[in-house]
Design a protein around this ligand. Structure first.
Ligand code: ADP
Length: 502
């Protein structure tokens, strides 16, 4: 039987903070509400953590780190994480419904993309708990030198609203596998599935305080966590702007930081590409998750040779996307996460027009009926006639809006593609294998997709170049973020050190 209650309830759901294995109100007694972005109706009322609650959570995480958690064997730690993966799978239908209700993403994405990847990440890192090893170093003389790879301690983790549960998984799974304890702050727009995850963490049997979850606002709970001297590491996914604030806050305590930030990925179509594949890839690049994806292919570079044909096909397909009720299995795009995001996107449509770009399709909300009239929907939108230096080509819009730029040859293309402060991802569509790999070398980005887009796996590293951040999540690289190395020296000679005389 599932322990997560289904999403469809008339009265708002209620959640407390999860601190030291207990469900508690905020010290201030304050709460906030999170709406269903498809209708604007309140989905849940959630306790609002602030500095005092973060303080309690960090202390609990410290006690857990010094106590039971550090004495637990790696095997038992791995088993707990695996148990959590299984509980997530058992509850995946309900969790997917809740994710859709809180975030607005279509249920086919929550159910078939987000939730399977959440479980996959916990499974993958469960296996790693027993495989984190040190090394022996070939130092000269009668010396034995080895390393221990140890956890950092208490990790603060601040996550965004675009993949709420998946971002929690990317952060929690490696941190726990490596033996750390965590204070997790979900985004204020989408706290619900993180709180349900807290219940499953309890059900799996993690010791109290190993994972603490403190929903609240960035300016209060987020700031308190990032600037807390009692944490050993802060991991953040979100905007580049907030990433810089976090890095500043952490610098005062020299807290270790990893950042996964914004992007403005080039998605590039050469004239020799399979156009059916490339058109679908462009759709996947910008309309998946309503374009609220940090690695979205939001700069679509088209070879001048195929531009007209490509745009005809792309526009026709974009106009056929089914936008509407995200809980309907046939819906392809739901609402944006919030009114704020919707307004931001509308603002960029005005900017595009002022800059001289052409709104080829979309550019406004769709006409929907009933409760959905109050939702934060926006049509799939294509800006053509864009120049790479325009704001719509340089700034992250974070919506279903792509900017089309044309190019003549490869040199011209690479120059333009790299002319951005970001460097998270890039896509290329071509049938020329050498060109594809040459591009993969020349582009300054952490992930390159060749004849595909938005591919992820728990075993494959993800993270940014340039102002898209630092550190790699997933795969074995994620363990670098959550461990530190200790070098241990042993004198095997049994003789006194002769340096100052015998
Ligand atoms: P977006 O702009 O897409 O909403 P943000 O980068 O603002 O994304 O938010 C991502 C996460 O960072 C959220 O959990 C949010 O509450 C948190 N956050 C926002 N501002 C701060 C801040 N100044 N310090 C710490 N966390 C913050």
């Amino acid at each position: 039987m599932s322990s997560v209650q289904p999403a469809a309830t008339d009265t708002p759901r209620k959640y407390q903070l999860f601190i030291d294995g207990q469900w508690v109100d905020a010290e201030s007694g304050k709460t906030f509400t999170t709406p269903n972005p498809a209708t604007g109706q309140t989905l849940a009322e959630v306790a609002e953590a602030d500095r005092a609650d973060v303080e309690k959570a960090v202390s609990a995480a410290r006690r857990a780190f010094e106590g039971k958690w550090s004495r637990m064997s790696a095997r038992d730690r791995g088993k707990l994480i695996y148990k959590l993966a299984q509980l997530i799978e058992q509850n995946s239908k309900e969790l997917a419904q809740l994710e859709t209700a809180d975030n607005g993403k279509p249920i086919r994405e929550s159910q078939y993309v987000d939730l399977p990847q959440v479980a996959e990440n916990f499974e993958y890192f469960a296996g790693y708990a027993t495989k984190i090893e040190g090394e022996t170093i070939p130092v000269p003389g009668q010396m034995f030198n080895y390393t221990l790879r140890e956890p950092l301690g208490v990790c603060g983790q601040i996550i965004p609203w675009n993949f709420p549960l998946l971002m929690a998984a990317w952060k929690l799974a490696p941190a726990l596998a490596a033996g750390n304890t965590v204070v997790l702050k979900p985004a204020e727009q989408t706290p619900v599935t993180a709180m349900e995850l807290g219940r499953l963490i309890q059900e799996a049997g993690f010791p109290d305080g190993v994972v603490n979850i403190v929903p609240g606002y960035g300016e209060t709970a987020g700031v308190a966590l990032a600037s807390h001297p009692g944490i050993d590491k802060i991991a953040f996914t979100g905007s580049t702007e907030v990433g810089k604030l976090i890095a500043h806050a952490a610098a005062d305590n020299l807290t270790k930081v990893s950042l996964e930030l914004g992007g403005k990925a080039p998605n590039i179509v050469f004239a020799d590409a399979n156009l059916d594949q490339a058109v679908n890839g462009a759709m996947m690049g910008i309309f998946f998750n309503q374009g609220q994806v940090c690695c979205a292919g939001s700069r679509l570079f088209l070879s001048e040779e195929i531009k007209d044909e490509f745009l005809d096909r792309f526009k026709e397909k974009a106009q056929k996307i089914k936008v509407g009720d995200p809980s309907d299995a046939s819906t392809q795009m739901g609402p944006q996460v919030s009114e704020e995001q919707l307004n931001r996107i509308k603002g960029y449509v005005d900017i595009a027009r002022e800059e001289g770009a052409n709104v080829l399709t979309g550019g406004c909300p769709p006409a929907l009926e009933g409760d959905f009239q109050k939702g934060y929907f926006f049509q799939p939108t294509i800006f053509s006639e864009v120049k790479n230096q325009m704001r719509v080509a340089q700034e992250e819009i974070f919506g279903p809006v792509t900017s089309v730029i044309t190019f003549k040859d490869e040199d011209d293309l690479i120059k333009q593609a790299n002319e951005t402060i970001y460097g998270l991802s890039a896509g290329i569509w071509t049938s020329d294998i050498t060109r594809a790999h040459r591009f993969a070398r020349e582009i300054k980005a952490g992930v390159v997709w060749i004849n595909t887009f938005n591919m992820f796996n728990a075993a494959s590293p993800f993270g940014g170049y340039k102002q898209s951040g630092y550190g790699r999540e997933m795969g074995k690289h994620a363990l670098e973020l959550y461990t530190q190395v200790k070098s241990v020296w042993v004198d095997l000679s049994g003789k006194p050190i002769g340096w100052f005389g015998k």
